[in-house]
Design a protein around this ligand. Structure first.
Ligand code: MN
Length: 132
């Protein structure tokens, strides 16, 4: 079964790059342009991991992450912040909002998919046992 990623990102180039890098590694990727649409898709599809751009039109990624973590249906889904603001202060703000990890843009094409997989593995230490 493919691991399912929900990418909430409004920049078309980042969407294309992230999707390509993940799909070629066997992930299934769904995409939302706005936080509102992302919240709806997250609750509907319960993905294995959410990649959350913090800078979105309308509701921003921090508010959306808080909403995901406040909802019992989605609170266990790991949320990885995706932002160009790769400064220490922004990382702390992301973690305070409930993000489980952080990937800085620009996307590192060599390590991106592996890091996504590692975040999923870290969030599901007994995943393999549960599946057998
Ligand atoms: Mn953005």
């Amino acid at each position: 079964m493919k691991l399912r990623i929900l990418l909430i990102e409004d920049n078309a180039l980042n969407v294309e790059l992230a999707t390509d890098l993940l799909v070629v590694r066997g992930f299934q990727v769904a995409h939302a342009v706005t936080a509102e649409e992302g919240l709806r898709l997250a609750a509907q599809t319960l993905p294995d991991l959410i990649l959350m751009d913090l800078s979105l039109p309308g509701m921003d990624g921090l508010v959306a992450t808080k909403a995901l973590k406040a909802n019992p249906a989605t609170s266990r889904i790991p949320v990885i912040a995706l932002t160009a603001h790769a400064m220490r202060g922004d990382q702390e703000i992301a973690f305070e909002a409930g993000c489980d990890g952080y990937l800085a843009k620009p996307i590192d094409v060599r390590s991106f998919a592996l890091k996504v997989f590692e975040f999923i593995a870290a969030a599901n230490p007994s995943r393999n046992e549960q599946q057998t």
